[in-house]
Design a protein around this ligand. Structure first.
Ligand code: ZN
Length: 251
């Protein structure tokens, strides 16, 4: 009546259901065809159920119990097992979805942090170029300061995998860094107004990116006060800007 191959189901309601149905079916004179006819399903479906490859709804399971010769008094037991099995499958699906979301979240966070570190590395390299005397090699040095990091790779990862707000925050920092590079290429020194006009928006954008990473993970935003500063741009603590009186830099 049923295949003799072992049912590869883990212990639980689904396996108990298959075991009970097989036991009931093998005890009577029923064939898969007669069960199928009485239950109103196909014979191959009955076969798949008895081999543990398909899971019947509680209603279909009850109809199959009724269709098996001499098994109708087991209808309630069969229905109960089918209900438990369905509930276990629903739980498994929900659990897997939660795990997958957690995995994706961890990946995004790792990608975002790698991007932040690459931004930091590129920015420090640009500062070194800006601090050196301007000369013929400066444009190439500024280009290399950014190109020699993993910034472009990390940026792509973030753009294709992050939610829109996080991807936009990442791109804003990237563009702010490109503005610093442009200023340095054009000869801006570390204490120049051009450098600081590009640097402070970058500093603020880095904090916005950190906030977006926190938001994507469902964490509360940080406030400047908690970080013991007046604002995110570093303007308030920049001696060059506070003492230099740069007029084109606004908070
Ligand atoms: Zn400044």
């Amino acid at each position: 009546l049923t295949s003799s191959s072992s049912i590869g189901l883990p212990p639980g309601a689904a396996r108990d259901l298959v075991d009970l149905l097989r036991e009931l079916a093998s005890a009577g004179d029923s064939t898969n065809a007669s069960i199928a006819r009485k239950a109103g399903v196909s014979a191959s479906y009955v076969s798949q159920i008895l081999n543990g490859r398909k899971f019947p709804s509680p209603d279909v399971a009850a109809r199959i119990a009724n269709a098996i010769e001499g098994a109708d008094r087991h209808e309630l037991a069969v229905r109960g097992l089918a209900e438990k099995a369905a509930e276990a499958r629903r739980y498994d699906r929900a659990h897997r979805a939660v795990e997958a979301a957690a995995r994706t979240g961890a990946d995004i966070e790792a990608t975002s942090v790698a991007f932040l570190l690459a931004l930091d590395t590129a920015h420090l390299a640009l500062r070194q170029v800006a601090a050196a005397p301007a000369g013929p090699g400066r444009v190439e040095a500024a280009v290399q300061a950014v190109a020699s990091t993993s910034l472009y790779t990390d940026r792509e990862r973030l753009l294709v995998s992050a939610e829109p707000r996080l991807a936009a925050a990442g791109e804003a920092v990237f563009l702010a860094l490109v503005d610093i590079r442009t200023a340095v290429k054009h000869g801006a020194g570390l204490d120049s107004e051009a450098y600081h006009r590009a640097y402070h928006p970058f500093a603020a954008a880095v904090w916005s990116l950190r906030q977006a990473i926190r938001a994507a993970a469902g964490r509360e935003p940080l406030t400047p006060a908690e970080m013991r500063r007046d604002e995110w741009s570093d303007l308030d603590r920049c001696p060059t800007c506070t003492e230099g009186g740069f007029t084109t830099i606004h908070r």
